[in-house]
Structures are given as C-alpha cells and as structure tokens.
Design a protein around this ligand. Structure first.
Ligand code: C2O
Ligand code: CU
Ligand code: CU
Length: 478
C-alpha cells in the first residue's frame, strides 16, 4: 500500500514552471491534421475484434532533431484508435513491457465486466500479459478511451504517452455518414530543453500536471481543411492528466450531439462554448458558413490552484480550420431525434461523497491529503456496497479549494442537478456521462445503476489526485 501523503519541504521545487517554460523548445505547427492509426483486428470473422497492445518504452520526436523518450502502446502516442461495433466480441491481449512497473488497461466509460476493467485491484506485472475480453452492448455506441490504471502510477504512465481512443460504432447510427467522423484527441506535453519529459514537481502533484503544449492527435496546432457549407462530425476526447479545456470555434455553427456515453436525445444547437474536464468527451456537428480561416481556441478556465498560480490560459490556438471556397457535396440535415435515453426512475438509496484537501504539519514537513469522505484510497477496503440493478442517487460534494472531475467505472450516469451557494440548477437536456466536473464548493447529484457485479472504482480524474488516493471502491453485489 503506497504512502499517499505528500511532503512539501522548504526549498523544494514547487514548479512555478518558469525554468521549463523559458527553456522549452518550440514545436512545429501548421501541418495537416493526421488521422490516428487504427488498431487492426487479426480476426477475419465478422463481429470479432482481436488484437494486441504492448506498453513499452519508445522514442518519438516532437521537435525535429530532438528525441523524446516516451511510453507508448504499440510504439505510438496517442495509442492506436480502437474501433469496434456494438455487440462485437472484443479480445485484446495486453503485454506489459514497462520496466519494473505494474500496469493495466482500463476501458474508460465502457460497461465491461469488473474483472476485465483493468482497475488497480487487478494489476498486470512487468513482463506479464493479460487478455481483456468484453462485448460493448447495444446502445453503447460512443467515444471512450483506454489508459493504464495501476495504483499510484497512473499519472506518470499517462503523461509519458499511454492513452488512446476507443470508438464504439452503431450499425444504425442516425448521424449522416456524409458528415464524416473526425476524432480530436487532446493531450498535453511538457518538454525540457533537451527534449525529455521532466519529472513532475510538487506543484504538479498538487494541481495535476499541466503541460506547456496542448496537442491534437499528437500535433501542435494542426490544420484541418473543410468545404464551405458542409456539415462535419467531430469527436473530442480530453486525454490530458489535468487540463480543463474550455474551447470556442468562432466562425462555425456548432451543434452538440453527444457526450461521454454517446449521442444525446436531441441535438443542442448554438454550442458556442465547449467544456471538457480531464477524461470527458463531446461529439459535435460543425458547419462552416464562410470561407476563411478560424481557430479552435482556448477560452481559459480557473479551476482553483495551489502553490504557484497557473490558470488554464485563454487564447491558445489548438487547431486551425481552413474553410475552402468549393462547396461540399449536398448533405442531408441532422435528424431532430438521435436516440432515447431511458429514465432511470426513483433511487432506492442515496449516498454522499465529500471531496476534501487537507494540509497538516507532519514529521517530514507539510503534508497534503486528497480525500473522499475523509479517507485516502486503500486497496483492501470496500468503501461502498451496492447491488446490481439498483438505482442510486450519488451526491458528490466538493468542499475543496479546486475543481475535481468525478469519474465512476462500470456504468454511465445521468446528472440530476448541481447545487452551488444554495442555488440548484437542473441540466437542460439528458446525457450519459461517466465523468463530471465538480467545481469547488459545488455539489453534483447523479443518478446511476450498475448492472454488472464486482469491484468498481470512483475517483477524481486529475490523475495525480487519483494516485494520491482521491479514489474509492464500490463493490457491486449480484
Ligand atoms: Cu479514466 Cu478510473 O479512469
Ligand atoms: Cu474509468
Ligand atoms: Cu482532483
């Protein structure tokens, strides 16, 4: 059981970032956006997806002439995109070739059996392998992702390069195929002057590690070319450790069509502002009315910081869109109804989870704790016992000084309401979520049902906080 407490000592590098910032090499920008490679299935059989993912040290070059040692799935970061259909039998053999480190592959957001979920209670030892098998059920079409989840090591394995997208497609997808399907995987990167990835500082552990460069599909500010007047479908995945993305794409009309667990019931027009906390996904349809150049740009976000203050900056261009003069092909309009999302009905139980940060003087100096209901995660402790098939209301209260994105394994939930300073707001539409940002001082109430038995994790998806123990275990009984 790792020690969760952090000891900040006088003179310790608090990581204000100035050194790495001034020395950070510039990344090339403006290359055409690349499509991420797909993981090939070795099965010839329809409805069966079989492949291998090996996690191992690798090397890449973000800056010409500089080699960056990374960790990669099958040699690349982001990892290969896994694309399957609802109902497919998926079987992926994971080989852990990370020197001296346990790992797992967690299928973030997918309702896989608990023993296939790659959670920290089922580690894969160095040089060992494990075959994960599951079937994304009917109704699960959506944008998911996969990443390591070993206890205490998730953050460092992810920022070094281990993360990839997992798309589940529906045979009867209501979005017209002519809209295309373009995936943007956001990661962020901090590079030292010599091209290596610096170790995380104390401030990174407290706030979550935020890089100097936000990459889209591994590229800095790439260029996407579209035709004037055309509809395009975009999927956005925030695969960063700890960066909150508040984005705009001025000059385009954006319609929100999906969230973490797939499509909404109806499209939501005029989505001028997009928000993705770490681990969240969105699907949108964009339409470009005028030729010209526009940018997917950060609007900035202050989620509360400890130590050196470094809010997420506004005005960074993450992606450039070039709208060409030539008209695209004629396309059918977006349907008015996408799919029904079931009403879960009244909850049988209500549970409350309080997120706190603590600071106290210990033997080694100042000690920080990231706690849920007063406790840090313990591998051998069951925090909550639940029943498969039972509808539950979870109340997540953030009584800490910074935002914490809450994530639950094993199911998708629905947000019932958010409460802040006594004011209650209900969501304007129904959506399936597995991650929700809980702002500092806010309480978010969610409704959920776990259908599969076994141990499931819930935690803050700032990966450094998860590693420091802001995580709990719910055991779902059959
Ligand atoms: Cu994306 Cu428990 O994780
Ligand atoms: Cu997860
Ligand atoms: Cu957190």
């Amino acid at each position: 059981q790792p020690d969760h407490s952090m000891h900040a000592m006088p003179g310790m590098d608090m990581g204000g970032g100035d050194q790495t910032l001034t020395a950070a090499p510039a990344l090339p920008e403006g290359a055409p956006l690349r499509e991420l490679p797909r993981l090939a299935s070795r099965s010839q059989q329809a409805g069966v997806f079989e492949a291998e993912l090996t996690a191992a040290p690798a090397s890449t070059s973000f800056v010409p002439g500089l080699e960056t040692p990374i960790l990669a799935y099958n040699g690349i970061t982001p990892g290969p995109v896994i694309e399957v259909f609802e109902g497919d039998r998926v079987s992926i053999t994971f080989r852990n070739r990370l020197p001296d480190q346990e790992s797992t592959i967690h299928w973030h957001g997918l309702p896989v059996p608990a023993d296939q979920d790659g959670n920290p209670v089922s580690p894969v030892l160095p040089d060992a392998e494990q075959t994960y098998s599951f079937e994304p059920p009917k109704g699960s079409a959506g944008t998911y992702w996969y990443h390591p989840h070993p206890h205490g090591k998730t953050a460092s394995q992810v920022y070094r390069g281990l993360a990839g997208a997992f798309l589940v497609k529906a045979k009867d997808d209501p979005i017209p195929a002519s809209y295309g399907d373009t995936l943007f995987v956001f990661t962020d990167l901090r590079l030292a002057a010599d091209g290596t990835l610096p170790e995380s500082t104390m401030a990174d552990l407290m706030n979550g590690r935020v890089g100097d460069h936000v990459l889209v599909n591994g590229q800095k500010n790439p260029v996407l070319t579209v035709a004037v007047g055309e509809f395009r479908r975009f999927r956005l995945l925030n695969a960063t450790n700890a960066r909150f993305l508040r984005l705009s794409l001025a000059g385009a009309s954006l319609t929100l069509i999906g969230s973490d667990g797939g499509l909404l019931e109806t499209p939501v027009a005029d989505a001028d502002e997009l928000f993705l906390a770490p681990a969240e996904r969105l699907e949108i349809v964009a339409r470009f009315d005028k030729p010209g150049t526009m940018s997917l740009r950060t609007l900035g976000y202050d989620r509360g910081w400890m130590g050196p203050n470094r809010p997420e900056e506004a005005g960074k261009d993450l992606l450039t869109v070039r709208v060409s003069e030539d008209r695209g092909p004629s396309q059918p309009p977006l349907p008015g109804r996408l799919r029904p999302i079931p009403d879960l009905g009244p909850p049988a139980v209500t549970r409350r989870f309080v997120f706190t940060e603590t600071m106290s003087m210990g033997a080694g100096g100042m000690e920080m704790g990231f706690l849920i209901n007063g406790a840090a995660f313990h591998m051998n402790r069951v925090d909550v016992v639940s029943k498969a098939g039972q509808v539950e209301l979870w109340e997540i209260a953030n009584q800490a000084d910074m935002d914490h994105p809450f994530h639950l394994h094993g199911t998708q939930f629905q947000i019932v309401e958010r409460e802040s300073e006594g004011k209650v707001t209900k969501p304007a539409f129904r959506a399936l979520k597995d991650t929700v940002n809980v702002r500092r001082g806010e309480t978010v109430r969610i409704l959920l049902r776990q259908d599969l038995p076994g141990p499931r994790m819930y935690h803050c998806h700032i990966l450094e906080h998860e590693d420091l123990g802001m995580m709990g275990l719910v055991n779902v009984e059959a």
